[in-house]
Write a protein that binds this ligand. Sequence first.
Ligand code: THU
Length: 139
Amino acid sequence: MNDQELMEAARKAAETSYSPYSRVQVGAALTTKNNQVFIGCNIENASYSLSMCAERVAIFTAVLHGMKPGELSKIAVAGKTVGDQWQSCPPCGACRQVILEFAESNKTPVIYQVREQVKSVPIGELLRDGFTIPSPTYL
Ligand code: THU
């Protein structure tokens, strides 16, 4: 699936967004090493902080279906306000950390719109020095 097709899948996924509070509809679509495609949408809650981003819904769904760390090939994200046009929607910081956990490499493309332009940016550029579990040096 090329970048444009993946972005189209992300936009389609945004249609299922449950976002009555922000009215921001976000969709994500990813491909895996085995050429599987998984999608996600944002899911909000009356207790606002319990809301979940589209990217993490897509990634966690992929994990449920067997995706392992190092197997996320690329991910596209799309977002808009209800009734409006597609807008800038780069992934949030928390999602960047989760993408990095499963990405094939630092070069794994993240596709998203900024103003009028759709960009493809390596995850390592979006999140430099992401968190890893510190290993003890005394072992
Ligand atoms: N949201 C995402 O789905 N992905 C992001 O990377 C950032 C924000 C959602 C969460 C919430 O439902 C809405 O966008 C407004 O913040």
